[in-house]
Design a protein around this ligand. Structure first.
Ligand SMILES: Nc1nc2c(c(=O)[nH]1)N[C@H]1C(S)=C(S)[C@@H](COP(=O)(O)O)O[C@H]1N2
Ligand SMILES: [Mo]
Length: 348
């Protein structure tokens, strides 16, 4: 047995997080009463090894490779002096919801048994990657962009890194140094991370130190072994309620939740409070951000005490609706089926 190590710097109080080894999942009840964004103190953490300490005075971001005319290293001050953009973007682990392959479909997938809490939405500020690539003279023959993290190498696979095609890199990717108005916290990539809208969380490399631009297709264990063939995130929904939450029978209640998709805006959310027998359309205030989530709510007056199953099912603008069951995935990625959320209605 390995010794438990403190691999995450921020406090992980039990009412906000469920800890899984070197990673920590947000409890969904921690979003209850919160605004649009996930506060930094409760944003999930997925670390392959440990949060590193990085000295920002000597830190540099090297941008180089056969695909650029003038390779260059940027200091933190230089990056902060460049024109910046601010975006509301979700980061979600590809394995979010993996636990339900086992608990709902009786076909457990190996890996971190995340519930639905491996997602968060933050307001990220930084320099569009496109601006940096212009600065170094991106060549027309550039093909891939390979960002590498400065955290310790993972097992025998080297530093965490995953290539992006140059088309995505030039589109909406951010080299972020701020999260919800604060400098990036250590666990979320200080001093600088990538934020890659709509794509699996592994694309958003933390503790960025190096970006190679190639003129041939690039490979790394993180696109050839782990997360192979997984690019965008599917549609999902969650209630802002504890698992096995207790609700008094004296209602009515307003049930709240959020739905999201890496492939486009959410256009509809339906909720069932009777285990899928009947469905009603949830209400929302129209915050249909393309790369984040849609908060919604629905009234409910339970008629009797006892166990109930809540379900939420969203549809995105591509027409994709959450199914009741989803095909098995060998690594437990892209779980998009409707989650059966148990609650207990009690007297009082
Ligand atoms: N350098 C580095 N970047 C990384 C990781 C990592 O372990 N090292 N984990 C990735 C994975 S799998 C996910 S889901 C997201 C999680 O981001 P967060 O910890 O800020 O929530 O970061 C990604 N970027
Ligand atoms: Mo992840």
């Amino acid at each position: 047995m390995k010794q438990a190590m403190a691999t995450i710097v921020k406090p992980l109080p039990d009412h906000l997080f469920r800890v899984h080894g070197a990673s920590a999942e947000m409890r969904w009840e921690a979003m209850s009463g919160q605004g649009y964004h996930t506060p930094n103190d409760r944003f999930f953490v997925r670390n392959h090894t440990s949060t590193p300490y990085i000295d920002v005075t000597t830190w540099r971001l090297r941008v180089h490779g056969a695909g650029v005319r003038c390779p260059r290293a940027f200091s933190y001050e230089e990056l902060r002096g460049m024109p910046s953009r601010t975006f509301d973007v979700a980061i979600e682990c590809a394995g979010n919801g993996r636990r339900f392959y086992g608990t709902q479909q009786h076909d457990a997938a190996p890996g971190t048994q995340w519930g639905l809490g491996a997602i968060g939405v933050a307001r990220w500020r930084g320099v569009p990657l496109r601006y940096l690539l212009h600065e170094v003279g991106l060549l027309p023959e550039a093909v891939d962009v390979l960002p590498t993290g400065l955290d310790a190498p993972f097992e025998d696979y080297g530093h965490v890194r995953r290539p992006l095609p140059v088309g995505k890199a030039m589109d909406d990717v951010l080299v972020a140094y701020e999260m919800n108005g604060e400098p990036l916290p250590p666990d979320h990539g200080f001093p600088v991370r990538l934020v890659v809208p709509g794509w699996v969380g592994i694309a958003s490399i933390k503790w960025l130190g190096d970006i190679e631009v190639s003129t041939t297709e690039l490979f790394s264990p993180w696109n050839m072994v782990f997360y192979r063939d997984v690019t965008t995130q599917p549609v999902k929904s969650a209630f802002e309620l504890a698992w096995n939450a207790r609700l008094p029978v004296a209602g009515p209640h307003i049930l709240r939740g959020r739905s999201w998709s890496g492939r486009g805006r959410i256009v509809k959310v339906e909720v069932s409070c009777d285990g899928g027998t009947s469905w009603r359309v949830a209400e929302h205030h129209g915050q249909h951000l393309v790369s984040a989530w849609l908060p919604w709510h629905i009234g409910w007056a339970p008629r009797h005490t006892g166990e109930h199953v809540l379900m939420a099912r969203a549809t995105d603008e591509t027409g994709a609706t959450q199914p009741l069951t989803t095909p098995r995935h060998p690594f437990g990625y892209v779980f998009d089926a409707v989650v059966r959320h148990p609650i207990r209605v009690v007297n009082g």
